[in-house]
Design a binder for this molecule. Structure first.
Ligand SMILES: O=C(O)CCC(=O)C(=O)O
Length: 207
């Protein structure tokens, strides 16, 4: 389960009924009054996911968090629902870490979805210095998740993240590079009735 110091892969963490309920929530959130969108990042490229930030908005142009989506439509980030926050905090606690999640980035990947290797380092310096974890929950199609080291050029391990898996990286692993190289189409459990993948990453902005 602990694949590196501070990094935990919890396979099959969520039972199928819970996955189904979460998939319904993700769909409703992404198609809600403040809908998901495809961010354009500062180099001008489009991301290969549809994104919705909850609790705080991550601005793809400035790589900073803010209350409203000033890089897109000016709408306020919807709140992080209590039950999702509790789920994330529980997952962190299950591996002995403390998290008081106050934001979540919800991404939808279609069959061509992917995310380049990056560090999650836009939370406050204090949160990162404290090693407060990022908690990730995967639903739907399997992702080929890449998990590297603290330097971009460090070796990268490819690890399938399946529906219902959780992945936590905090402490000494908090700034490890990671990404998604591809989605494996048609691998979602049939009862989810989902083509593609939802991923939720929970973080705590400050200590
Ligand atoms: O989809 C994933 O598993 C990773 C998402 C991610 O790296 C991020 O949101 O920063």
């Amino acid at each position: 389960m602990e694949i590196a110091p501070g990094a935990f892969h919890l396979q099959h963490y969520l039972e199928p009924g819970r996955q189904r309920a979460l998939v319904d929530r993700c769909r409703a959130l992404l198609d809600g009054d403040v809908p998901g969108y495809v961010p354009v990042v500062r180099g001008g490229g489009k991301m290969h996911v549809r994104m919705l930030c909850l609790g705080r908005h991550w601005n793809g142009k400035t790589y900073a968090y803010e209350d409203v989506r000033s890089d897109f439509d000016g709408l306020p980030a919807p709140p992080l629902p209590d039950d999702l926050k509790s789920l994330a905090d529980r997952i962190a606690a299950s591996v002995g870490m403390t998290l008081n999640a106050d934001l979540c980035i919800l991404n939808y990947y279609d069959a061509d979805g992917r995310m380049g290797l990056h560090q999650d380092k836009d939370e406050s310096p204090r949160s990162i210095a404290a090693g407060l974890p990022v908690v990730s929950v995967s639903l739907g199609d399997t992702a080929r998740f890449l998990f590297g080291g603290l330097r971009r050029r460090d070796p990268v391990e490819a690890r399938p993240l399946e529906s219902g898996d959780a992945f936590v990286f905090g402490g000494p692993a908090r700034l490890r590079y990671h990404g998604v190289s591809r989605i494996v189409p048609a691998t979602a459990p049939p009862e989810l009735d989902l083509a593609g993948r939802f991923n939720l990453t929970f973080r705590q902005y400050d200590v």
